[in-house]
Every structure is written in C-alpha cells, then in structure tokens.
Write a protein that binds this ligand. Structure first.
Ligand SMILES: N#Cc1ccc(Nc2nc(N)cc(-n3cnc(CCO)c3)n2)cc1
Length: 284
C-alpha cells in the first residue's frame, strides 16, 4: 500500500554527523493511516549537493535495504527528492554508529563484543542466503539500537546500515583495509566473499575500541598493505586472531562460510564463558 510519506524537519537540527558524501539529521515523519496521524522519529541521510552525480548509487543503497527486511538490517522508509536534495529516510537508531560509540570509551565486555559480532554474522548469513552483496561492512555502518547491560542480563542489539555510496564512487583506497583486495582489480564484481573480508576487518575494529585498522597510514602505505599481502596486527586471543585472518584471506575462495564464522564465534563465546567461570572459581 502506498504509504503517505510527508517528511518535515521537526527542526533543522545541526547535522548529527556524516557518512561518506552525506550528512545526517534527526527528523520526523508523519504517516496518515486510516485517518490517524502517526509521528515517527527518523534519520534523514542527505546526499551532499556537490556529490549529486552519485545519486544513482545513493538510491541503489536505499533500494537494497528496502527490498529485504531482517531484525539486524536497518529499516529504510524511502527516499525523497526535493530539487537538488536527495534524502534517504531511515529508522532512527537510538545510539548511532558503533565506531563512535566504542571510541567514546564505553568499556564493553568481551561477551558484548562477541554478541555484536555474532549479530553481524547472522545479518551476513541472511544476505548470503539471498545472494545479496552489501559491499560496505564496517563498524561505522553498524548502528546500536540497544546498549545492553550484561549485569541486567540484557544484550546489545545492532542494525546493519545501508552500504552508502558504492565503493566504485569512493576513492577505493580510502576503504583499505575493509575493501577486499580483489575489488581493487575489478571494483564492480563485488562478491559475497568480499563481505567476509570486511567482516574480518569489522571484528578487528570491535575488539580495538572502534579504532580504524591502519589508522594514520597514508594511501601509499595502504596500497603496500595489500601488495605485500599483509595482515592486521593479531589479537593476543589466538582463536579470535585466527577467525579474523581466515576472513581476511587473500584467496577469496578460502574465506570461511557464514556458517563456519558463526560456529567459530559460538566456540569463542563458550571459551569466554569458561574463562570467566574459571576466574570466579579461582577468586572464590
Ligand atoms: N549522538 C548521537 C546519535 C547520532 C545518530 C543516531 N542514530 C542514527 N540512526 C541511523 N539510522 C543512522 C545513524 N548514523 C550515524 N552515522 C551514520 C553514518 C554512517 O553510516 C548513520 N545514526 C543516534 C544518536
């Protein structure tokens, strides 16, 4: 059914931040259904006017997300074109982008991080089953809907955001080390395996307080990273480091399936529980 979508800026609040070539604002949308008014908080993602030529890619990202629905995929209500303004209307996710949340020094537990990684893996598994490539898996595109408080037994809840402007548009080098190396050769044949590479880089971010891998490296050094088949600095936790390096295998075909990723995450979760039990046991 055609949902009447009339967007109005509740107030043109200052930008909440930005994505690539976009600025984000908080707004609200009013739906009129069977004569009743429903006002919903929304996130307005506005494509910078200077990057208007990317509007196809911007809308491609929006339509990707609106075709499918899954609990860990961001809900995209629609798009609106006002003159030169291209705006994507998304559900407003309470705590925003995960990288900023982690950088703000929130101390979160290992089990919190593993739970987030597992939620991302299940979103990837869902996309893989539909043979849909996301193309921009990274902590900036993970949105935190619930903080979770393990002492209360509640867990975090994340939503995977739209991929944003396609990697072909962006300076591909800017996406190293999230973009799989084979994409540099052929940018338009992104495969499901590319998302597995990005999954590895994103888990690395989650376990490094949201800090971007290769932070501070210039474009030359980023290119060297791939040319020399380098790996990210491994975690002390060998099993975690193994999972990340399996995902970031330079041979796309060797990267693990989503099922294998989820299986390995489950065993990390179990060994983390055992470690905690052992610690409490020893301290008692
Ligand atoms: N302080 C604060 C605060 C900011 C934002 C939100 N909420 C929200 N909801 C969304 N649907 C998308 C995003 N979002 C954030 N950064 C990007 C660009 C990278 O994707 C997208 N943020 C909540 C709190």
């Amino acid at each position: 059914s055609h949902i009447q979508l009339c967007i109005h800026f509740s107030s043109k609040e200052e930008s909440l931040g930005q994505g690539s070539f976009t600025r984000i604002f908080k707004g609200c949308k009013t739906d009129i259904r069977d004569g009743e008014k429903h006002v919903t908080e929304v996130l307005l993602k506005e494509l910078d006017v200077v990057h208007k030529n990317c509007w196809e890619s911007f809308f491609e990202a929006a339509s990707l997300m609106s075709q499918i629905s899954h609990k860990h995929l961001l809900l995209v209500y629609g798009v609106s074109v006002h003159g030169v303004k291209n705006i994507m209307v998304q559900e407003f996710v309470k705590y925003g982008a995960l990288d900023l949340y982690l950088k703000r020094g929130r101390s979160v537990s290992v089990s919190w991080k593993l739970d987030v990684a597992k939620q991302l893996a299940s979103a990837l598994n869902f996309l893989e089953e539909k043979n849909i490539v996301h193309g921009n898996i990274c902590a900036k595109n993970l949105l935190l809907a619930r903080e979770g408080d393990p002492s209360q037994g509640s867990f975090p809840f994340i939503k995977l955001s739209d991929p944003g402007i396609s990697v072909v548009m962006l300076v591909i080098l800017d996406r190293i080390p999230w973009v799989a190396p084979e994409v540099l050769e052929a940018p338009d044949n992104m495969t499901l395996e590319c998302d597995k590479w990005s999954f590895g880089a994103t888990v690395w971010e989650i376990f490094n307080n949201g800090n971007a891998p290769l932070r501070g490296c210039d474009l030359e050094q980023k290119q060297q990273f791939y040319e020399n088949f380098q790996q990210l600095p491994p975690s002390q936790w060998t099993e975690l480091a193994d999972l990340i390096s399996q995902c970031m295998d330079y041979q796309a075909a060797f990267r693990p399936s989503c099922r294998s990723i989820i299986r390995q995450l489950n065993s990390l979760i179990t060994s983390d529980k055992n470690r905690k039990m052992l610690c409490t046991f020893i301290h008692e």
